[in-house]
Design a protein around this ligand. Structure first.
Ligand code: IMP
Ligand code: MG
Length: 187
């Protein structure tokens, strides 16, 4: 685990995370009842969220994965996204729900949405656990948002700092003096 001295605060404790994910799963179950749904998770940050969310979706669905990496410096995603791993299956004519850990500038999702839309899904929507509205540069239409959070660097529940701390069962804020602006921008 992490040295507690590094944590400024626990922003979202486990019980609030689980309760909200259950609500989101119930909404998705109702909205996609009877439809061919595929959850497209963006690796790696969304894996814990996906695992809990899909256990709360009571309608049949498939899952698939994409992995991307942003070009640009360590602090800002440039909006030019490199696909490290593409989907296994075609999404043409299917109802696609992108599952993300966090939307920051919106650049990554804007790019992903354009790529996936070109493949002619029946519908394409976004579900994100966390949203940082103060940081948005490109508007992205998000259908499901778990929590709006302030402009602070967070980790845990899938989100990393230098590829670590994804295992924490809560969302925590790192002390600014710890990250000092060295956050990576891989997913
Ligand atoms: P965007 O293109 O700026 O929206 O980048 C979103 C990506 O940046 C997310 O998928 C995360 O990988 C990463 N990211 C943004 N904010 C945070 C944070 O507070 N903690 C950890 N990763 C973050
Ligand atoms: Mg990351």
């Amino acid at each position: 685990m992490i040295d507690p001295a590094y944590l400024a605060e626990i922003l979202i404790p486990t019980d609030r995370l689980q309760a909200r994910v259950a609500e989101m799963g119930a909404s998705i179950s109702a909205d996609y009842a009877g439809k061919d749904l595929v959850l497209v998770a963006v690796l790696k940050g969304s894996v814990l969220f996906l695992a809990d969310l899909m256990r709360n979706i009571m309608t049949p669905h498939a899952i698939d994965f994409m992995a991307t990496s942003s070009y640009g410096n360590a602090l800002e995603s440039s909006g030019v996204v490199r696909i490290l791993k593409d989907l296994d299956s075609s999404i043409e004519g299917r109802n696609v729900l992108i599952v993300e850990d966090i939307i920051d500038t919106g650049r990554t999702l804007d790019y992903l949405v354009r790529i996936l839309y070109a493949r002619q899904p029946a519908s394409l929507e976004i579900c994100t656990l966390l949203n940082k509205p103060a940081r948005r540069e490109i508007p992205v239409p998000v259908k499901y948002i778990g929590f709006d959070i302030p402009d602070k660097f967070v980790l845990g529940y899938g989100l990393d700092f230098g590829e670590r701390y994804r295992n924490l069962p809560y969302i925590a804020v790192l002390k600014p003096e710890v990250y000092g602006g060295a956050a990576d921008n891989n997913e």
